[in-house]
Structures are given as structure tokens and as C-alpha cells.
Design a protein around this ligand. Structure first.
Ligand code: SF4
Ligand code: SF4
Length: 268
């Protein structure tokens, strides 16, 4: 691919909110293609790669991590204001991920009391949520962490002015395309593949393992109740299934409602 002149290169930034920085690491893990790929762009911020950072208008901002503090929210709004396109990378940015696991069950004050012994919100914490809850997001790349090939393809698509192709079908489709035996049917394992976004090439079922949902449920398509019912019929207790569903997807309305804490009268 011919390298564009410097002034024509899209300016990009890669930013982190609350998370483990694993999605930035997956970009760096592109290794063989990274130097050539990034030479097509002008990198103005990339926290995990360099302390260099320029606070200027960006063509594309990639944001990983959930909004879990007021500081995250302020940072996110600044990024949105200065970026033409905003891409959420990884489950934390898409939906809140593991730090949202207990959103339906404990309040911020209860968590502060448990961990720090005070109810005051001394760290200005917010209930962890995906960035789309607060600002307009143009594209979302799911995964905990993201698949590096998906990041590569997204960068190439955006470079060409095309929207990135993110699967909108479940992991089961990849099982079928690959001819993998279904671990629910064959072995009775509690696979979440029927409601989880494809894109990993059914990595876990390919190894005889059940999907635990690390790419998150398909937005607008997820029928968590039906998954609960299907696994219940296989003998799994509700609590086990609901905890499993909440692990990566506690904020999905369909899943959140299943895990909501009951009050003293046993009502949700
Ligand atoms: S193994 Fe899991 S992902 Fe694969 S077809 Fe069965 S339920 Fe779907
Ligand atoms: S099969 Fe499920 S848990 Fe395994 S990598 Fe794919 S989405 Fe993640």
C-alpha cells in the first residue's frame, strides 16, 4: 500500500479509561504488521506505547475502559469533543465488562464501605458503564480483550473510509462454519455461545470448552431468558447461570434484570 503524505494521514489517538489496558496491548501485539500499519496514520496519543501525547483535533479516537469515575467521564467528554470518529475498543468500553458485574447488586456506598470502610464516595466513583451511555460512539469492537485481527481490519477499513465489519451473529455460527461439535449437545456444558457476539472463530468450542461470553452479548438480539431456560433444562442452577451471564455483561438490560437484588420482602 502506498504511504500517504504526512499531511494526509489520519490523526489518531488511543486512550484508556478504567480497565486493564489489555486492548491497547492487543494493538501492540500486531507486531508483524504494526510498524507498516501505523505508518499510515499520525499517532498523537497512545498511552501504553509512548509518553508522547499531543492535545490536538483527531480524526479517530480509540477508547478502551469503562466510565467508572467522574474523572473517566470528564476525560471521555474531552476526547469526544476533539475527535471526528470515536471507536470503543473492548468490552469495558462497549458495555462495562467485569467491573459492572455487581452493578445490579450493590450500591457505590456499599462498595466503599466494604473496601475502604467509609460510605463517602472519596474516589468520585460512578457505577461502571460503557462509553456509549454517555457520549455518541461511532463503532464498537467487542472482546475481553479485542481480537488483534479485528483491530487491524478496523484500521484498514477506516483508512479506506469504510465502516468496520463487526459480526452481528452468535459464536454458534462460527461453530457450524467450522464443523465443531456443540459442547452443549455433546457434553452438556453451559456454553453461552448462542447469545455471544462472534468474531473469535469459536475459539473455546474449538478446544472442547464452553464459551464464557468474553465478547459480550449481541446488542439488541440477546435473549438471556431463553439461554437461562436452556441451561436450566440441562440441570444448571439459576444462580450459577446468572452469575455466568453477569460476568462480562452485567449491564445488558436483559441480563441485569435477571441478577437484580431482591429487597427484604423478596421483591426485585
Ligand atoms: S458449542 Fe456453544 S457456541 Fe458452539 S454451537 Fe454449541 S452452544 Fe453454540
Ligand atoms: S468462545 Fe466465547 S469465551 Fe471463548 S473467546 Fe470466543 S467469545 Fe470469548
Amino acid at each position: 500500500m502506498k504511504e500517504p503524505a504526512s499531511e494526509n494521514k489520519p490523526k489518531i489517538g488511543v486512550f484508556s479509561l478504567t480497565g486493564c489496558a489489555g486492548d491497547q496491548l492487543m494493538i501492540l501485539n500486531l507486531e508483524d504488521t504494526l510498524i507498516e500499519l501505523l505508518s499510515k496514520f499520525e499517532i498523537k496519543s497512545f498511552q501504553e506505547a509512548s509518553s508522547y501525547s499531543e492535545n490536538i483535533r483527531l480524526d479517530i479516537a480509540f477508547v478502551e475502559g469503562s466510565v467508572s469515575t467522574e474523572h473517566d467521564l470528564e476525560k471521555l467528554k474531552e476526547i469526544r469533543d476533539k475527535s471526528s470518529l470515536l471507536v470503543a475498543i473492548g468490552d469495558c468500553a462497549v458495555n462495562g465488562c467485569v467491573q459492572a458485574m455487581r452493578n445490579s447488586q450493590t450500591s457505590i456506598a456499599e462498595r466503599m464501605l466494604d473496601v475502604y470502610g467509609v460510605e463517602d464516595n472519596i474516589y468520585r466513583a460512578l457505577e461502571p458503564k460503557g462509553i456509549g451511555e454517555y457520549v455518541r460512539v461511532d463503532f464498537e469492537i467487542p472482546g475481553c480483550p479485542v481480537e488483534k485481527e479485528e483491530v487491524f481490519n478496523t484500521l484498514i477499513s477506516l483508512l479506506n473510509g469504510d465502516p468496520p465489519l463487526i459480526p452481528d451473529y452468535p459464536v454458534c455460527v462460527e461453530c457450524k462454519l467450522n464443523g465443531y461439535p456443540c459442547v452443549i449437545i455433546e457434553e452438556g456444558k453451559p456454553c453461552l455461545g448462542p447469545i455471544i457476539t462472534a468474531g473469535c472463530d469459536a475459539r473455546c468450542p474449538s478446544l472442547g470448552l464452553d464459551c464464557v461470553g468474553c465478547r459480550g452479548p449481541i446488542k439488541g438480539e440477546t435473549n438471556a431468558k431463553a439461554e437461562l431456560e436452556a441451561l436450566r433444562k440441562r440441570g444448571y442452577p439459576d444462580k450459577y447461570i446468572i452469575n455466568r451471564l453477569r460476568f462480562f455483561a452485567g449491564n445488558f438490560p436483559d441480563i441485569r434484570i435477571l441478577g437484580e437484588r431482591k429487597n427484604s420482602k423478596g421483591e426485585k
